[in-house]
Design a protein around this ligand. Structure first.
Ligand SMILES: [Zn+2]
Ligand SMILES: [Zn+2]
Length: 268
């Protein structure tokens, strides 16, 4: 199955999940949009295109390629344990998800990395396209970390592909501006980060920004004490974004790309 049908699997999953969530947002939006779609969607989708191109050009083998290389050369700690493929795949998936959580915390704590990651947080609304809005340098660093983990552990290629497809889908899902019944949110929160859970992370209040770091599995936040159930001002009353990037001009694609290289204008 890998690698011939890999791009098709990725693209199909992306298109299906994106369309379903975009329609859900139109049907039942959680919050009225402050900056709307017209000023944001072309930039947020534009940055995704830049990210995909940057990865294709600079690290074309990507993480699945690294997994195939590790398998071909017998690399990785998981291989030493001689586990069954299914067990190695599940452990590999969990390890990648924990790594993404830790990396996210580090990108908040280390000032130079926060400069890259804060572009994700500067969106004035949070919807399905915010889940695609990451600076290309953050994407490349993130991919390099992922490749290192895949090589060190020898994570099976099928687990790497599954992880990337699932993470892409859950990132769009947990950023989506959708209403869901409270019982469904509660039930889903046991196994996946829900939109109400991740929205807290996009609060303009720093202590709320520094909580709910999970993108996929919600367990790491509970385990490491970074879980926050609700925003103080409530989901419809809270302000999204960063205190010092509130000018709608900051939503343009060129401004998104240059944002890490500009000062925070007094933001602490
Ligand atoms: Zn963040
Ligand atoms: Zn986010």
């Amino acid at each position: 199955m890998i690698p011939t049908s890999e791009p098709v699997v990725r693209l199909l999953a992306f298109a299906l999940v994106f369309t379903a969530l975009a329609l859900w947002e139109l049907w039942r939006p959680r919050r009225p949009l402050v900056a709307g779609r017209k000023g944001r969607w072309p930039s947020n989708i534009g940055i995704l295109v830049v990210d995909v191109l940057a990865v294709r050009v600079l690290i074309p083998t990507a993480a699945v390629g690294a997994a195939l290389f590790a398998a071909g050369n017998g690399w990785g700690l998981l291989r030493l344990a001689e586990l069954r493929l299914s067990v190695a795949a599940i452990l590999g998936f969990l390890a990648l998800d924990l790594a993404i959580y830790v990396q996210h915390v580090v990108f908040h704590k280390v000032p130079v990395l926060w400069r890259l990651h804060r572009m994700h947080h500067a969106d004035l609304d949070v919807d399905v396209t915010t889940g695609l809005r990451f600076h290309p340098i953050e994407i490349l660093i993130s991919l390099a970390i992922k490749i290192a983990i895949v090589l060190a552990l020898g994570i099976p290629a099928v687990a790497v592909l599954a992880f990337e497809v699932v993470l892409n889908a859950t990132s769009m899902f947990n950023h989506s501006n959708v209403v869901m019944p409270a019982w469904l949110d509660r039930a889903l929160r046991r196994v996946v980060v829900t939109p109400d859970m991740h929205r807290v992370h996009h609060s303009v209040i720093r202590r709320e920004t520094d909580s709910n770091f999970g993108f996929n599995l919600p367990w790491w936040d509970r385990l490491f004490g970074t879980y926050r159930a609700e925003p103080e001002a409530g989901h419809t009353g809270m302000t999204l974004g960063l205190p010092n990037f509130r000018d709608p001009r900051e939503l343009r694609l060129d401004r998104l790309l240059t944002q890490p290289f500009r000062d925070e204008r007094g933001e602490h």
